[in-house]
Design a binder for this molecule. Sequence first.
Ligand code: ZN
Length: 172
Amino acid sequence: MTELPVEFSTSTPLDYQGIYPCPICRRGRISAIALMDAFGCDVCHHIFTANLPKQSLRVADTSPPLNWRWNGKKWQPSHRDGVEINPSVWLVAVAFVCLPTTIVSLAAYTFPPLPGSSWQWFSWAWVGLAFLSHLGCVAWLILEYYEVPSLMALRQSSSTQQLPVRQYRLDR
Ligand SMILES: [Zn+2]
């Protein structure tokens, strides 16, 4: 099996006759599955459904379903239809991180630990933990939204669910 570049040098439209790099594992090649209007990857065995007029691809066996758009040379993550991060969502995200941190630090500031107590560090460590854990939640949601491919690849390597696509592939 020859290596397929992640990016094509010439513009190639997405159709069921072609072979394309896999947008999930980035190592495999996806090609049409016999008798099905779908693509399968020969490495990670994910099954993709294509929308040829829109030149887009969707992997159906992940939650949430992920979409990519083929620009003729490579895959570009496309955001979920109708879902958009607007300024009020950002505001809620900032409040979600700042509010608990402020409350916890106010408590630490108002009721400081007794001088010389061995747990003096704890209240400010708790503030840091509150900040980091809430920031982590927001960061995770943003990563989920923007469908970072490396995150998917990381998930893929730990995934145990594999579908036997290879058996249904056409010989080329
Ligand atoms: Zn793959």
